[in-house]
Design a protein around this ligand. Structure first.
Ligand code: 1CP
Length: 351
């Protein structure tokens, strides 16, 4: 494994895994580990008027980041925020209706596009960096700190539709109709993401994850243009500015196209989604990069024997190389706390 340079252990299991070190028990964190399945999150969230206000409150966002660490002792904390703070900082206000997901004024044409700011207003994002500093000062020494952003394609898809959709058809249509305009939007989001992530790193995160949650809806040529190349542009620029940062790319639904990231030194790990084959990924991805994933969130919701069996299958399948245990997508709000406890017990004691 030439691309893995095992080094002395860092004292943080996640950072060791990201350095290509295989561990007999993989470190674990869960996508969306802070959030609605936690009663302590729901109680705190009820005290704020809106979700965006919550994200921009360093006191509440730092507490939400730390809640799953205090309760479960995960190996990493992920910054509590949302991928849609970027449109907000570009001058496209975001709101969340109760139970309905995000709402933005959609981008239908060049007029709407021209109303956006060319550069993000970092002033708007200042509370996020303050949150990072607050968390950093309270985090146990062995727990890694993960920052994040949405990948340009995924963020653009919400900016254009103005809401969540099942297949991001509005953004796909926009990209076919107005490729030059769409390309300008993606370029802006690349620049914004690099600046935003750099500030997160300077404030204290050690790892960043880029969430391309909607990569899977694109045909190959569009995937190459709107997902692969922009994400690589971010990882290269960020590594040039912050050489010590570790980068995880979660390109959900990319499937075999994940190999496009394999030869890239600026990417440290690839997140696998629920539908990725463990044996294929072990043979084709893990031989070159640390893998992260990929338990079905529905198995965690189901719990019991099904959970234990599936966790063991994933542990065995990735036991030959560096692995960070995670879900294949975000934890579901209805997930019982006891199932998360059983998951941790199985990963940590069960081998
Ligand atoms: O009222 C509430 O509590 C809102 C629920 C919620 C939460 C807890 C949203 C709205 N966002 C978040 C936090 C969040 N979002 C985190 C926090 C850290 C963590 O614990 O992991 C992260 C990393 C995200 C990232 C995010 N937001 C993604 C990428 C990951 C993924 O799940 O695919 C996406 C697509 C979003 C947009 C978004 N924000 C919230 C919702 C409900 C959605 C999805 C909208 C949709 O497509 O319908």
């Amino acid at each position: 494994m030439a691309s893995h340079l095992p080094s002395a252990t860092s004292g943080k299991p996640i950072l060791d895994a990201l350095s290509g070190i295989r561990q007999s028990k993989p470190p674990i964190w869960l996508m969306r580990q802070a959030g609605r399945y936690l009663p302590e999150y729901r109680a705190m969230r009820a005290q704020s008027r809106s979700f965006m206000e919550f994200c921009f409150s360093p006191k509440m966002a730092s507490e939400a980041t730390l809640q799953p660490i205090k309760r479960f002792g995960f190996d990493a904390a992920i910054l509590f925020s949302d991928i849609l703070v970027i449109p907000e900082a570009m001058g496209q206000p975001v709101s969340f209706e109760q139970g309905e997901g995000p709402r933005l004024a959609p981008i239908n044409d060049s007029q709407d596009f021209l109303r956006l700011r060319d550069e993000i207003d970092l002033e708007v994002l200042e509370p996020v960096f303050e949150t990072v500093e607050l968390v950093k000062s309270q985090l146990p020494a062995e727990v890694a700190f993960i920052g994040f952003c949405g990948a340009p394609w995924t963020v653009a898809s919400y900016m254009i539709a103005g809401k969540g959709t099942p297949d991001q058809a509005p953004a796909r249509l926009f990209a076919y109709r107005y490729p030059d305009l769409f390309s300008r939007l993606i370029d802006r989001l690349v620049r914004a993401s690099v600046n935003y992530l750099e500030r997160q790193v300077r404030a204290g995160v050690e790892v960043v994850q880029i969430f391309d949650s909607w990569a899977g809806v694109l045909p190959d040529r569009e995937f190459e243009k709107w997902c692969l190349q922009p994400v690589l542009s971010i990882t290269r620029q960020l590594k040039a500015r912050c050489p010590g940062v570790r980068i995880i790319v979660f390109s959900r639904g990319a499937k075999t196209r994940l190999v496009g990231f394999l030869e890239e030194a600026s990417v440290d790990a690839l997140g696998l989604d629920t539908s990725d084959s463990v044996s294929w990924s072990a043979r084709n991805i893990q031989v070159k990069k640390t893998v992260q994933g990929n338990l079905d969130p529905l198995v965690l919701l189901a719990g019991g024997e099904a959970l234990v069996v599936e966790v063991s299958r994933i542990l065995d399948g990735f036991s030959a190389g560096p692995h960070i245990f995670n879900l294949g997508h975000g934890i579901l709000p209805a997930t019982p706390i006891e199932h998360v406890e059983l998951l941790l017990k199985t990963v940590r004691d069960g081998r």
